[in-house]
Design a protein around this ligand. Structure first.
Ligand code: SF4
Length: 352
């Protein structure tokens, strides 16, 4: 396997689209839907050590993009900008998601000068009341100002990058504001809007906020209106549908083809759903029922380089399952291999 990865690397085609790196599990906010908030004091606050990141960088050539995002605010890592610079120097596209709280004028200038490819700002409403209800501790007006500041800095420096993106977590209490959010994203200078779902549910009370579990008349229409408004304003628009469907063959993170996730403690896992700290999370909920949180862990950077981890048996097994499920010949009546047990209770496997 390692030989195949290296062959594709040398041929100029990074075999995996995105390396998601959790550089911090700390955050200043207490979003009501976030696993950090639900876990409370048992949540381990961690910063990815610079030494581990340097070790990780030896494998950057296997990836098209290094995306600095995990279950925390990336800019709380004191070496954050060094991490961005290192990934850029290795020739990767670089992106990150932020709550905007530490993103000031100096950060905007740095991002433009380093050629960061994409920066995503997280929204949970198109009004201060809604956004601040879901994202406790946030300042909606300040966030709008931060996005405008980056747009103005790009213009002043005549920088083509970063692409400014707004990610909007669709929840029962904010879907009606989707069209307004699309207008707002365009007005503050975003070039992209993506609308995902609350898909990682740690407490039964949070299920009422999941749109796909509690569909209502008008959900589709609001999403379509937002898409039309966004596209008219020149925004790239991408959204998960508001309903849950049947089992799909390959989830959006498509481990080892689209994503590999490195946690702040240096362990390597398939995706964000398996990246929660096991010491703090005992169970997740799927359609009202709890299930034990038992993620697949591929390996530990402290023990092995990334390329060796990606060539091990655990990776090989998962790769084989998803590759077989993604094979177009499967739809011709052949048996479809079962998804891993953990995945069968993940909403991502149902198109959410
Ligand atoms: S189905 Fe869910 S848990 Fe399984 S790989 Fe995809 S995102 Fe991860």
């Amino acid at each position: 396997m390692l030989k195949r990865l290296l062959r594709r690397w040398r041929s100029g085609r990074p075999p995996i689209r995105s390396l998601q790196v959790e550089v911090s599990t700390l955050c200043q906010l207490a979003c009501v839907y976030c696993p950090r908030t639900v876990a409370g004091s048992s949540w381990p606050g961690r910063i990815l050590a610079w030494e581990l990141y340097e070790k990780l960088a030896a494998g950057f050539g296997l990836f098209e993009t290094v995306f600095l995002q995990g279950w925390g605010e990336p800019l709380t890592n004191p070496r954050f900008w060094d991490m961005v610079a290192l990934a850029k120097n290795r020739g990767c596209k670089v992106g990150f998601t932020t709550n905007g709280l530490l993103f000031d004028a100096a950060a905007a200038e740095r991002a433009c000068r380093l050629g960061v490819d994409i920066i995503t700002f997280t929204f949970a409403g198109a009004t201060a009341a809604t956004h601040q209800f879901y994202r406790a501790g946030a300042d909606f007006a300040a966030l709008l100002g931060t996005v405008r500041l980056l747009a103005a800095t790009k213009k002043r420096l005549q920088a083509a990058k970063p692409l400014i993106s707004v990610t909007y977590t669709q929840m029962r209490g904010n879907v009606r504001e989707l069209p307004a959010a699309a207008r707002l994203a365009a007005a503050i200078g975003a070039g992209q809007m993506t609308c995902g779902h609350l898909d990682c549910i740690l407490a039964p009370a949070l299920e009422e906020h999941a749109v796909f579990l509690n569909p209502a008349a008008g959900d589709e229409q609001d999403l379509v209106s937002a898409a039309v408004l966004a596209r008219r304003a020149g925004l790239v628009f991408d959204a998960e549908p508001p309903r849950m469907g049947g089992e799909i063959l390959v989830c959006e993170p498509y481990p080892l083809r689209v994503t590999v996730f490195v946690r702040a403690d240096g362990t390597v896992v398939p995706c964000h759903m398996m990246a929660l700290p096991a010491a703090a999370i005992e169970r997740l909920y799927f359609r009202g029922r709890p299930y034990a949180y038992e993620p697949i862990v591929f390996g530990d950077l402290a023990q092995q380089p990334l390329a060796a981890i990606l060539a091990n048996a655990a990776c090989g097994q998962l790769r084989q399952i998803f590759t077989a499920r993604a094979d177009p010949a499967v739809s011709a009546g052949a048996a479809i291999p079962d998804a891993p047990a953990f995945c069968t209770k993940c909403y991502k496997l149902y198109g959410v």
